[in-house]
Ligand binder design. Sequence first.
Ligand SMILES: [Zn+2]
Length: 264
Amino acid sequence: MPELAEVEYFRRQWSAGIGNRVMKIAHHADKRVFRGTDTRILRKELAGARLLTSEARGKRMLFRFSNENWLGLHLGMSGKMQTARPDFRPQKHDHFVLYQRERALVFTDARQFGRVQFHHGKTAPAWWENGVPEIVSAKFNRPFLDRFLHRHRKAPIKAVVLMQSGFSGIGNWMADEILWRAQISPSKLASKLSAGERDELFRATKFVARESLRIIGPDDSALPRTWLIHERWRAGGKCPRHKTVLRRATIGGRTTAWCPKCQK
Ligand SMILES: [Zn+2]
């Protein structure tokens, strides 16, 4: 599932189209990715509009077009984006394509947990402004983290780190990476974290978000070999620190991997 850094990677795949006009649109109107969206209006408004800017927040993206048009994209479980040649022919899972003179901007989603939203108006749509600070921003600070942990004190920390209302863009692999770096057991209740552990959690969250955004790619292959991610799903996967075999269990509804030696 695309998390913070993968979303940022895919957002940039459409950057080649910034400044250029949409000539025509191809879409699979009856597909689930368009739930809640009137595709006739989307089609009518976006045709002829110029792509101006784009922005990502957590796992969400917003593309601004001329004539007060806004497009929201969410990649869900399996969404992908690419820039293709202008004669691109959509295949089965290419549900949404914006054709410009020199390229095609393609949104692909095989499993359709992703979403395409449209808004027409002077300001960004209400669904975009959710008040959750980006992890790499100064607003994600210790007081914010402490308040969030307190609010969810009865939940295991792994479940808390997966909550998009506090940890914007963090998904399963990043949550495991953060807790492994902070040396906190994923099943520990948020209320049981010591002040030192909260410090480590804060530091590790910032580090994993910043570094994965910096190293950015469509998958995890570019991340350093010292990261947990490369061992997480491997049979007999080991802690990169001291080669203890990792444990796995379902915590917070998701398969979780951790090192029993450094995350007690
Ligand atoms: Zn370890």
